[in-house]
Write a protein that binds this ligand. Sequence first.
Ligand code: CMP
Length: 434
Amino acid sequence: MDYSDESQHLEDADAHARAGRWLAAVQVYREVTERKPKDLLLRQKLAEALARAGQTAEAVSVLASIADRLARDGMLLRAITIGKLILEMDPSHTQTQQKVAELYARKHGVPPPPSFFPPRPPPPVPVEDTGESQEVSGVIELLEVAGDIVKDAAHEQSGEGHAELASVPHSPLFADLDEAAFLDVVKTLALRRAAQGKAVLVEGDAGTSMFIIVRGDVVIERARVGAPAQVLHTLGPGAFFGEMALLTHAPRMATVRAKNDVVLLELDEPRLRALMEKHPSMQGVMEGFHRRRMVANLSAVSPIFQAMEPAQRRELLEKFETVVTVPGQLLIEQWQTGDGLYLILRGRCDVTADEDGAAVNLPAMKEGEIFGEVSLIYDTPCTATVKAAGDGVVLRLRREDFRAAIPPNSAAMALIRKLGTERLKRFGMDAVLE
Ligand code: CMP
């Protein structure tokens, strides 16, 4: 192989491209690509030059060949994303996604699936005009996103990629999926992008979809009163987020912000539900992540969870039920027997107590605080009324599960008892302690 000749060719092509001589650039890029068919970056340059030369249909087919290569190399998320970009450029070009799905199926030893996309209409006639119409500039923008993805792939293939990136094609969401589930998922994903610093979803909002990261990183942060937001985690390619609100119907637990420019695949709730029903393995993956993240978040705010071993935390969490609250919702009522131990996961709760016939406001409770313990430990009526101050989420451990879930001589029970005792004393009800 005459490398110096090729690099000279490449320099020529790049020079044409820099000067905006797109048709000339296309010609030389095409020649070099034929000689170096495995070079994805080169193919990407060819696709861009074609698009800028107005030859969108051809640009799309070069991009399709890139997606095909990525899928064959096991980089499924990237291949799917390029397939989606292609669909944005040319909605009739459905065969790339079909191909990705087939390659996945073949890898799993099953026959290719039946086509789930309509047949492709004849390709549009290439346009020779080199001026950039609005349509062309839209295509260029999409090609730039594809370019970033191809650069990541090439970087990884050269062995220089970040070690974590090796897991990109194996998003945990797909890991346990059989081929049928995977095909369903690919069909339903939508491509989304978010610029650096932008919130993809906002804490407290209702959730309507979840996301898988193809490129870039996101920061998971929770707002705190009178303090900067608390960063819970940073997630990178292959990870997913936004599943918690969908699984529990609670508001978004955190704000998810683009740490850099990110490319995402979005799955909306109705489709997610349908997929989970059809493919229980997917439900299992989602619920596993949901539990681990809940435990992490609870450990960040709750002293009781902090006092436990990780295995204990997981076990206890299983026994809590999620209660999504509306403003003013009554949770426990003074003088009544409480129905369980409550832990505030999101939002605040107002506390009032009747003292000599007058309702007295007590300090509101915030995330991580618990209530309902007095009635459980001492078998007394509740000492105060607690209502949700706004939309929020509390966890409830039912009275009948309380003793079995928290061992009497555990550090967590000691904390609960201490809190209960202090509260009883505050109400001058410490007689029950004797
Ligand atoms: P949801 O509550 O729908 O929206 C915010 C998302 O942030 C949430 O779903 C999770 O996907 C994600 N998230 C919340 N807490 C954590 C955590 N501790 N680690 C990783 N991701 C989290």
